[in-house]
Design a protein around this ligand. Structure first.
Ligand code: NDP
Length: 264
């Protein structure tokens, strides 16, 4: 019987994950299908997962922390950060993983000598990236709209700013992990702060993919080297697919097929 996979999120209609995973399944003759599920209430993730009879799933904004709480067992890096983006049904148990952080490390390989990063946002993605950067002994600062979510990052030893307390520093890379610009045309912080940040960085990245966000448009206008979240998406997708197929397919083949789906 074919296996069924899905992505959970709100919004979820923009997600390219179904295209990516189905491209792998179809072209590598793996009997499975990947769909999307618009989930408003994160606390219903587990019951929805099992009622749909899923073999695995990805989780996107804003349910990654709810996904962590829904798991029977969390493995690997997801345990360090409390954020899950990949779920696997292992004999009726919900197992959680995080493939976002390694996906992002893959995405920024082309940016050399990154020693000092500013993260915009303090949600699930920001947590995963921050913890992963610290593992690489990269200095991390965080700026977020609301103060409350900064506690986690302060405890990790990062320099943290709210919009009110922001102060100028030089960075090698600034990465937007807020959802500002995802379904609106907002900047991740007031324009005067973003202008100052962009005047003091070498590279710029956005986790959002499939569109040039207002943040990236500004980076482009200032002549900075930037990239959107497409390579991060590819990186996390390859690692998630490996977990879905329980290593029955080769990573290089998964990557090749997924990459092709980006051209569709
Ligand atoms: P969360 O909901 O966990 O966090 C969202 C963050 O965005 C919070 O810090 C929130 O601030 C901030 N935020 C939301 N709206 C605004 C706004 N209008 N202005 C400023 N800040 C805002 O989301 P995730 O971390 O799960 O995802 C964040 C983004 O990253 C999404 O756009 C998602 O699509 C993208 N993403 C892309 C991936 C890829 O593969 N390319 C992988 C993972 C994520 P506050 O605390 O004040 O509410």
């Amino acid at each position: 019987m074919a296996q069924l996979f899905s992505i959970f999120g709100d919004p979820v209609s923009h997600s390219r994950s179904p295209l990516m995973h189905n491209s792998v399944f179809k072209n590598l003759n793996y009997k499975a299908c990947y769909t999307r599920t618009h989930l408003l209430d994160g606390s219903r993730l587990k019951e929805t997962f099992f009622s749909l009879g899923l073999s695995g799933a990805n989780v996107t904004v804003p349910h990654k922390e709810a996904a962590f709480n829904a798991c029977d067992e969390v493995r690997g890096f997801a345990k360090t950060v409390g954020v899950v983006n990949t779920l696997v049904n292992e004999n009726g148990k919900l197992i959680g993983y995080n493939t976002d952080a390694d996906g992002f490390m893959y995405a920024i390989e082309e940016f050399k000598d990154i020693q000092n990063i500013l993260i915009l946002g303090a949600g699930g993605t920001a947590k995963a990236l921050c913890a992963r950067f610290l593992q690489e002994v990269i200095k991390v600062s965080v700026i977020n709209r609301s103060e409350g979510r900064l506690t986690y990052f302060k405890e990790l030893g990062s320099l943290c700013y709210s919009w009110d307390s922001y102060a100028t520093h030089k960075y090698d890379l600034v990465v937007n992990t807020t959802s500002a610009g995802l379904k609106d045309e907002e900047l991740p912080a007031p324009k005067e702060i973003i202008d100052d940040i962009l005047a003091n960085t070498t590279f710029v990245a956005d986790a959002i993919y499939g569109k040039l966000t207002p943040f990236l448009k500004l980076a482009q206008a200032k002549g900075l080297t930037f990239k959107d979240g497409a390579d991060m998406l590819l990186g996390q997708g390859v690692l998630a697919n490996e977990l879905f197929v329980d290593s029955m397919l080769q990573r290089e083949d998964i990557q090749k097929e997924m990459k092709k789906s980006f051209l569709l």
